[in-house]
Write a protein that binds this ligand. Sequence first.
Ligand SMILES: Nc1ncnc2c1ncn2[C@@H]1O[C@H](COP(=O)(O)OP(=O)(O)OP(=O)(O)O)[C@@H](O)[C@H]1O
Length: 565
Amino acid sequence: MRPVGSKYLLEEPLGRGATGTVWRARQRETAGAEAAVAGQPGETVAIKVLKEELASDPDIVMRFLRERSVLLRLTHPNIVRVRDLVVEGDLLALVMDLVDGPDLHRYLRENGTFSPVAASLLTAQVADALAASHADGVVHRDLKPANVLLRQYDGQMYPMLTDFGIARLADSPGLTRTHEFVGTPAYVAPESAEGRPQTSAVDVYGAGILLYELVTGRPPFSGATALEVLHQHLSAEPRRPSTVPDPLWTVMERCLRKNPDERPSAENLARALRVVAEGVGVHANPAQIAAAEGVAALLAPDPAPAPVPDVPGAPDANSATQVLPPNTAQAAYDPNAATSFLPHTAGPQGAADPTTVLPSTGAADPTTVMPPMPQGRPGQYDPQGPYGQNQQNPQNPDQPHPWQTQLRAARDRNEQTQVQYLDPNEDPLRRRPQRQAARPQHQPQQPRQQQPQQRPAPRRSTPQPEQYSPPPQPQRYAPEPQRPAREPRPPRQRSANPMKIPGLGCLKGCLFTIVILVVASWLIWELTPLHTWVGQGKGYWDQISDWAGSVSDWVKNLNSSSGGN
Ligand SMILES: Nc1ncnc2c1ncn2[C@@H]1O[C@H](COP(=O)(O)OP(=O)(O)OP(=O)(O)O)[C@@H](O)[C@H]1O
């Protein structure tokens, strides 16, 4: 690592999740060669500052340093790019591209559900991102609408998957143990909930839930408590919504299989969803309809799914329940809560005794989901205890522990710099912003009926009229025009029709014109003597000249009668 803290200026919080707070920040100087993206002074970026609990955990710091290269090399048009990783004092932060657009959770809440075609095409792009990361051996493990940002470009919206590697970073023995999972209850795959080995198939399960939620507005499994939701993932079958066409349901149902080996690979999922989108629109031709009806054949599983690596140094599975506070399983459950660290519902302790396994900071409280870390807990960093600062490696008392060496090196290189703030009284790291609390430049939410053009295509139970051809991916990292420092951020705009329907406006105009012409013709026919003339077989000019003759006769008569007087 190298001194990068002074390169960025935190400006305002964009949102807060379980693992940290995301800030809008500005680049002050060009970053060094170690960063994946050097950036330009004045450029705006997003910085996720990891929570103190994470930053002070030596396992996580080690993992942060070790996974740096993985996070930095993960590039795809549908993945939010990590530009740099910052280690400074007790600060751990990821510098990312700033995505100008809402996250999918917020978008769904504000604009309602997607049509089957639009949902298929959006999820296909998410599946593209997953396929690329799985090919690189990286499993996301926390797919959910809040982790999909909608980037606006050229009047269209592109889903951008974010928080890659965060679940992996957080999956430390200090925070989770072998029979806990990292994830969001509504989106957790059965094998994760149960503590079985996980593979990239957990992301495909998450994509299935996402697809379901996009079309129906809610995930397939819900419950009053997180534990109830987990049990449903394990044993309940998803119910088919009436609005989902057959081919799309085939895809959803395969993604939501309990057995991970029966789920399609992310690559096949993306391909299948595009076939479905083509085949369920009203403009589909017979070949496209037939292809969509046969989509099951495209959903082959991944022959070699990417495994989720074991957590190194995790203590014995049986020890976990000894440190978790009891009796929190009935806490109110918010399906859209932030990522949680919850124990599994099965395994050595099983689901039979749910009240003894959930930490008190369960999913009911998205801002405090980290379980408390009791003294002496395995993997916990204790400055006074073993492996803490000024402590020695127990294997070799003359040598510092390996994590100390790495961390010290990183901090030494950062020593000469400091994170700079706009105003010392406004130290953003000391503030405790609420999720989405401050977006000063954001326009106030307008009533829905005032901006109907911003809604996605309404949900319908019949095949959709949209004929969507996947938009060409923009040149993702083309340099953007620089904004001067402190320039107010332009208001975010949502596209009225993210999946554009070519010619729709023209069609509406034509129909309107035809209606006007028909009504005008009818009025002329009814209100003028036209039909009489037509009945008498008289031409238009004949009738006009008759009228003109009558008028001139009348004028002559008038003149002659006044002359006689
Ligand atoms: N790269 C980015 N550009 C712009 N906004 C971002 C970016 N990353 C995150 N945000 C915003 O910050 C919010 C919080 O992000 P964060 O990842 O911490 O939330 P989360 O996904 O709900 O949390 P978690 O997954 O840790 O529970 C997001 O919902 C989004 O609005």
